[in-house]
Design a binder for this molecule. Structure first.
Ligand SMILES: [Cu+2]
Length: 147
């Protein structure tokens, strides 16, 4: 049997796409009253994270502090802010490092989470910001998951 070159190329690229999507994983986080479960997600580059049961909650990587807005995500990564009540899914998380997020209405109750994609490249940088309160607890949880 003879195959055209373009047909073989198309078959190979389809196989490559399938193997990529088969490897990428979606991690589900469930909002439960004033906590995210699990609080820490360990993922690989290219994985996605989605949130369920988000009625009354948001997932937001933008932290507003006394000195302005901060995002605790790896250099070159893009954060996110979901709509209130949205069962949000991230774009594929391709930049390795720690991503911290919170639920604004319940951040006072410590409702936040961490996603660790591959190597926790920016964990030391986050610790160097001397996080306080709920943020400090979140960083501790992320640190524990890395060890
Ligand atoms: Cu909440």
């Amino acid at each position: 049997m003879k195959y055209g070159k373009s047909l073989i190329a198309a078959a190979l690229s389809a196989a490559a796409m399938m193997s990529t999507s088969a490897m990428a994983e979606n991690h589900v986080v469930t909002a439960a009253v004033t906590a995210f479960d699990p609080m820490v997600v360990v993922a690989q580059p290219g994985d996605t994270v989605s949130w369920e049961n988000m009625n009354g909650h948001i997932t937001n990587t933008v932290f507003t502090e006394a000195d302005g807005e901060h995002q605790y995500i790896p250099e070159g990564a893009t954060g996110w802010t979901s709509a209130m009540g949205e069962n949000f899914t991230t774009a594929p998380l391709t930049v390795e490092g720690v991503y911290l997020y919170k639920c604004d209405p319940h951040w006072g109750a410590g409702m936040g989470g961490a996603i660790i994609v591959g190597n926790a490249t920016n964990l030391d940088a986050i610790k160097a910001t001397n996080p306080k309160g709920a943020l400090k607890r979140l960083v501790k949880k992320a640190e524990k998951a890395v060890k």
